[in-house]
Design a protein around this ligand. Structure first.
Ligand code: FUB
Length: 338
């Protein structure tokens, strides 16, 4: 929802909300959920009011640290495990600790996070810990070849890990072509192919790319690349990958049309074919999610701004069950009822 709803409208939406905040003592957003050690660990952004005026660049998202949440199951109470990493401890990062993700390999845990460097460019960093909740010790430099925002790391059945990333506008993705930054670049014309998220396989040490990032192609049902002007379907930010019955599902936010949608493919690089909408608009401008299997059921972690009364940069992570039908289609979820 682009505009903050009126108070009475907000109260009505809050009353109909299909799920409640995971925690309400802090604001949390962009929840990346994983099952580690038999529990759900959620890696959200930690929203604060940094006192920065709202703009299209997202400067008002002035987050400084990360807290990890732990849940015995998606239906249990969430426990705040405390600060896992702070921007002051990251040598290369200046500000704006945006949406993170995490992965586990060989018993070690890796927190991936975007932040702006001193030059104002988003890069993606990695920090390493011995426990899912951290604390995490950051590498002194961002991942070589990384840029933009919203890292999401997917571990495939064969043991390979892939990082998906990229976000338009405040996330600076439209400034890049073929992994090269040019401040003069913008979004393609409406009838040109839309920009896609990037994907790169990670090295075995999980602290760098094993290959140059590739752009992920998202097609319509006729096999044509989605157009940049197709705002209801084109990629904007917040990629996530999951696999269901052998099919790879790339899900993402459409940004200015405020949808979470998904596309399917037969391998981690794509191309992916747009299939439908997972979540209709939430209260607040952004929408960002993760999808995880737990106990033989599937769960959508997402956020909205109901708890803050519609303040778009003060969001609250939530969870609800997600259903694939017999054909593998994801049933659309309406966060405030149908
Ligand atoms: O939390 C800051 C930014 O807002 C994220 O990186 C985007 O995905 C959007 O949710």
């Amino acid at each position: 929802m682009a505009d903050a709803p009126e108070v009475t409208e907000l109260e009505a939406l809050a009353a109909r909300a299909i799920s409640q905040p995971l925690v309400s003592h802090i604001y949390t957003a962009d929840p990346s959920a994983h099952v580690f050690e038999g529990k759900v660990y959620v890696y959200p952004s930690h929203d604060i009011d940094a006192g920065i005026p709202f703009n299209d660049n997202g400067d008002h998202f002035g987050m400084e640290d990360y807290h990890v949440l732990r849940m015995d199951t998606p239906e249990s109470e969430a426990v705040d495990c405390g600060v896992a990493l702070h921007v002051r401890d990251v040598p290369w990062a200046a500000k704006q600790m945006w949406a993170p993700d995490a992965a586990c390999r060989d018993g070690r845990y890796y927190l991936y996070f975007p932040a702006k460097d001193a030059a104002g460019r988003f890069r993606i960093g990695v920090a390493v810990g011995e426990r899912p909740e951290g604390p995490f010790v950051p590498d002194s430099e961002p991942i070589a070849g990384s840029y933009s925002i919203d890292p999401a790391v997917y571990g495939d059945a064969d043991g390979a890990f892939y990082m998906y990333f990229g976000g338009l506008w405040g996330g600076q993705l439209e400034k890049y072509r073929d992994n090269v930054y040019d401040a003069r670049n913008g979004e393609p014309a409406d009838d040109a192919p839309a920009l896609g998220p990037r994907v790169a396989r990670l090295r075995e040490d999980m602290r760098g790319f094993a290959e140059a990032p590739r752009e992920v192609l998202i097609l319509d049902g006729e096999g044509r690349p989605l157009r940049a002007g197709d705002h209801a379907r084109r990629y904007f930010e917040g990629p996530w990958l999951h696999r269901y019955r052998g099919t790879y599902y790339l899900s993402y936010s459409t940004g200015d049309t405020h949808l979470l949608c998904y596309a399917t493919g037969d391998n981690p690089y794509g191309p992916f074919v747009h299939r439908g909408t997972i979540l209709t608009p939430v209260v607040g401008w952004t929408t960002h999610h993760s999808i995880v299997e737990f106990g033989g059921r599937w769960w959508l972690y997402y956020h909205d701004s109901v708890l803050s009364g519609g303040v778009t940069h003060l969001r609250t992570a939530k969870v609800t069950e997600l259903h694939h039908d017999e054909e593998g289609r994801i049933r659309t979820i309406h966060p405030y009822g149908a």
